[in-house]
Write a protein that binds this ligand. Structure first.
Ligand code: ATP
Ligand code: MG
Length: 205
């Protein structure tokens, strides 16, 4: 039997992963005394149907590059390996039942918990560490998650989104310092988000 782990889970599309994701992971780790934070790129983000999401291999590679050398952060590819839609409850239930699970989410995601698959089971199994996000009211998060289940992460509001970063690249604007340095290089090397369809270079993992 493995010893139970106090685990943070940060799920996302990570297209691309950016500094707000890292700040959320870091702050949850410190503030909640977690042992590990697991970043889990979504395989088939069902709530993002209708927009092209980059190949999971790119998103996994960039997420790994983001956390290189940080031993309390890890990347887990179980949602990418799973077929069908990525449901957070399935992911949470795939960890040892003795593990304590803290879901690290932005306020926008937290406010929408009721639209997730089996929200009651999710609220029963996990607590939520919520990072403030511009435009999302505290009361909407508390109403969705439940007062007892929410810990607010003490972070500044960071107005960074992957969507805006993709637009910046498409416009020719720099994303340096908004993403980990290695991610900035990767996006450039692989010519992601430039508007031309991004094929995987042979060098990609
Ligand atoms: P997209 O624009 O493609 O939706 P995103 O920047 O929202 O990308 P996701 O991969 O969708 O990034 O987000 C993963 C998690 O990180 C979600 O819980 C989301 O709310 C949270 N998150 C992302 N960016 C921020 C931010 N700037 N502040 C707070 N939370 C954030
Ligand atoms: Mg998002």
């Amino acid at each position: 039997m493995l010893a139970p782990v106090r685990r943070g889970i940060l799920g996302g599309t990570f297209d691309p992963p950016h500094l707000a994701h890292l700040v959320a992971a870091e702050t949850a780790f410190r503030q909640l005394g977690l042992e590990i934070v697991t970043l889990i790129p979504a395989g088939n983000p069902w709530q993002k149907a209708g927009r092209a999401v980059s190949d999971p291999r790119h998103r996994i590679a960039m997420t790994e590059l983001s956390i290189l050398g940080i031993d309390y952060l890890e990347v887990d590819d179980r949602e990418v390996r799973r077929r069908g839609a990525s449901y957070t409850i399935d992911t949470v239930e795939s960890f040892a039942s003795a593990d304590e699970i803290v879901l690290i989410v932005g306020a926008d995601a937290a406010a929408g918990i009721d639209t997730w698959h089996r929200p009651d089971d999710l609220r029963a199994r996990a607590t939520f560490a919520v990072m403030p996000r511009d435009g999302v009211a505290t009361r909407d998060v508390v109403a969705a998650v439940g007062q007892a289940q929410v810990t607010w992460l003490r972070t500044p509001e960071l107005a960074i989104s992957s969507t805006e970063l993709r637009h910046r690249v498409a416009r020719g604007d720099s994303i340096r310092f908004l993403v980990a340095d290695a991610v900035w290089r990767y996006v450039d090397d692989q010519r992601l988000y430039t508007g031309s369809s991004s094929t995987l270079d042979a060098a990609a993992p």
